[in-house]
Each structure stands twice: as C-alpha cells, then as structure tokens.
Design a protein around this ligand. Structure first.
Ligand SMILES: C[S@@+](CC[C@H](N)C(=O)[O-])C[C@H]1O[C@@H](n2cnc3c(N)ncnc32)[C@H](O)[C@@H]1O
Length: 208
C-alpha cells in the first residue's frame, strides 16, 4: 500500500489492534482529554473507525473526514448514542471540502504520520479553522539525536510495512512554521515502547 489509507482487511482489524496499542496509555482517558471539551463545530481528519466519536460530548456538530471506505464502513456502530450530530465525509486532509473558517476546532489522532503531504494537511486545517480555533492532536514525531537518525533510515521501509506511517515526521515544527501556537503534553509513554516511533505527544495548536 503506497499511502496511509487503510485497506478493507486492516480496517476490520483496526479496533482490536488499536485497543492493544492504547492499553498502556489509557486510551479512553486520552480521547476524553483530547476531544471531550471541544465545543461548536468540530472536524476530525482521518477519523478512522470513529474511535473518538463517543467522546464528543460537548460539541454541537462533528464532521468526521475519512478517505478509506473500509474504515468508514466500521464507523456505523459508533454513531449510536453519540451526543452531537455526526457527518461522515469521504475526503483527504490535503483537500478539505469546506469553506474558510468553518470550524471551531479540529482533531488529528495518529494522522500526521500517515498523510501524503504534511504541510498541505496542516495548511488546510488552518484554513478551515476560525481565527483562534484549536487543533487538538495526539501524534508521534521525529526524535532527536541517534534515534532520530535511525528513524530517518528506517522510514522508507516502515512506511511500506506499517500502513504508510513515517516515524520521522517533524509535525510540531511544521505546525509552528505554518501559523499555529503549539502547547505540548509531557511525552505519552507507550508500553511496550515502540522501537522506532515516538516520542508521542498530545497537545493543542491554536490557529494564529
Ligand atoms: C492510524 S489511523 C487513525 C484513526 C483514528 N484517528 C483513530 O483515532 O483511531 C489513520 C487514519 O488516517 C486516514 N488517512 C490516511 N491518509 C489520509 C489523508 N491524506 N487524509 C485524511 N485521512 C487519511 C487513514 O485511512 C486512517 O483511517
């Protein structure tokens, strides 16, 4: 698979794999912290199987953008009992089909490592946010020093075997360069620690 869009086969396994990965970090608590306080109109890019949807308890309306048909097919069951209204949209983060300033908040959860064009996605997120709007994210980024160099070397191979995930994305630096004021959590420690991806951070990036 050339890009980060997920096949039907993986989409059916995604929730199980994801639960295992999140066991060590308190996935439900992390998702509550990231999206539970968002209000107004919210767009989530790369919403996957909709694992965040049950946690949007204060939003008025959530638009879940997901380009993989297999992942969108898994969302259905999670729309039951969600408080706000949810709209599922087939699009990519590089080309968001929304007007400028449409949203109060945006969400990226393990998205920026898989998109084809990081700068294009961040530019689009910034465009569709209102001034002062918030991008709430959980992502892993390129490490410093020797581990960062190992991530650079391993990236082409990992990208092929890990569903398009690049371990060496400078996502926080690019947010700052493209017009966001970024606040990071302490690194989120996964257990077991993935050998070549991370550090992982949650955080907020305010659209300047
Ligand atoms: C690691 S999954 C994360 C799913 C979800 N955010 C979660 O919390 O479980 C990454 C998702 O991003 C989607 N994706 C890949 N490339 C994308 C792009 N260019 N624009 C938007 N979504 C993309 C994939 O199809 C996949 O569903």
């Amino acid at each position: 698979m050339g890009n980060g869009r997920v096949s039907h086969v993986l989409a059916r396994q995604y929730d199980r794999l994801s639960e295992r990965l999140e066991r060590g970090i308190g996935g439900p608590q992390l998702r509550t912290t990231l999206v539970g306080d968002l209000t107004g109109r919210v767009v989530e890019i790369g919403a996957g199987t909709g694992r965040n949807l049950p946690y949007y308890t204060k939003a008025d309306h959530v638009v879940a953008v997901e380009p993989s048909a297999g992942m969108r097919a898994q969302v259905a069951g999670k729309l039951v009992n969600t408080v706000p209204t949810v709209e599922l949209v087939d699009a990519t983060g590089e080309h968001l089909p929304f007007p400028d300033g449409e949203f109060d908040a945006a969400v990226a959860f393990l998205l920026l490592c898989v998109v084809d064009d990081l700068d294009a996605v961040l530019t689009e997120i910034r465009r569709v946010l209102k001034p002062g709007g918030k991008l709430s994210f959980f992502e892993h980024v390129r490490d410093d020093g020797r581990r960062g160099r190992a991530q650079d070397l391993a990236a082409p191979l990992l990208r092929r075997v890990q569903f398009g995930c690049r371990p060496n994305r400078p996502s926080v630096e690019r947010m700052e360069a493209l017009g966001f004021d970024v606040r990071l959590s302490d690194p989120v420690r996964l257990s077991p620690k993935p050998p070549l991806s991370g550090p992982y951070y949650s955080g907020t990036a305010i659209r300047l």
